[in-house]
Design a protein. Structure first.
Length: 251
């Protein structure tokens, strides 16, 4: 892992990075210790900490409440900046509604599939039914082709998602880096999934630190074993700079 520096800005994926994966998206739990860790991280970084998730922004905020911090949801299609403004990249939702209706029927017909309608993205999970991977991929590719250029398909760990074209976790990080309190700092992005590779590529271009959680090929320059290792590493960063009695300065 890279040596700590005072001018970092942290961008953190949620599932599989801050939180251990669960069979169902609603089965995860955010404990008091993790909330306290993130509160302290925000304090020592002068607020330059954002969550970058495939979940909706509202879902992330509800999970971590009462903690409040910047968040990008649905792979960058929505983003709450540090001043509280919610930015949305709105797709043609009528088309998405028809695709959602088909996915409801598909999950009803196949036990183990979990469908999530996040508002601007549609996710089909098969963690409970890995044998249905080919079926899920085929159906999602068919729907993506029917939706046209306004939407694109995104693969992840036991999940396929339909999302608006032109936005991803990398574009969300880039937008944050143009705003206070992130501007002028060195970006550090930690993620575990295929969707995080966009963020790794962006952070690498900016000369920051990209950190992959778990195994697998990646563009990231550094690696941590699992979510527990991520929490320990963030805790070490907090201890380093909390002892100094002041928020880290900018470069």
């Amino acid at each position: 892992m890279p040596p700590f520096a005072a001018h970092w800005a942290f961008f953190l994926d949620v599932d599989g990075t801050l939180l251990d994966h669960a069979e169902h998206p609603r089965a995860v739990h955010v404990g008091r210790e993790l909330r306290r860790l993130l509160e302290r991280l925000l304090a020592v970084c002068g607020g330059a900490v954002a969550m970058i998730s495939g979940r909706s922004a509202a879902d992330v905020e509800a999970l971590f409440a009462p903690l409040a911090c910047p968040v990008a949801g649905q792979h960058g299609t929505e983003r709450r900046s540090a001043d509280g403004t919610l930015h949305r990249h709105a797709p043609p939702l009528a088309q998405l509604g028809r695709a959602a209706a088909e996915l409801v029927q598909l999950t009803a017909a196949h036990e183990g599939l979990v469908f999530e309608n996040k508002g601007m993205t549609l996710a089909l999970h098969y963690r409970r039914a890995p044998g249905l991977r080919a079926l899920v991929e085929g159906e999602m590719r068919r729907l993506a082709a029917a939706l046209g250029d306004e939407f694109e398909l995104q693969a992840g760990k036991f999940i396929w998602e339909l999302k608006p074209s032109g936005k991803d976790k990398g574009s969300a990080i880039a937008e944050f880096m143009d705003e206070a309190p992130f501007a002028g700092r060195l970006p550090v992005f930690v993620g575990d999934d295929l969707t995080d590779e966009y963020g790794f590529a962006l952070v690498n271009r900016l000369g920051g630190h990209s950190v992959k959680v778990g195994s697998g090929a990646t563009r990231a320059a550094w690696r941590l074993a699992d979510a527990a290792a991520v929490r320990r590493w963030l805790g070490e960063y907090v201890k380093r700079y909390a002892r100094r009695g002041a928020a880290p300065g900018r470069r």
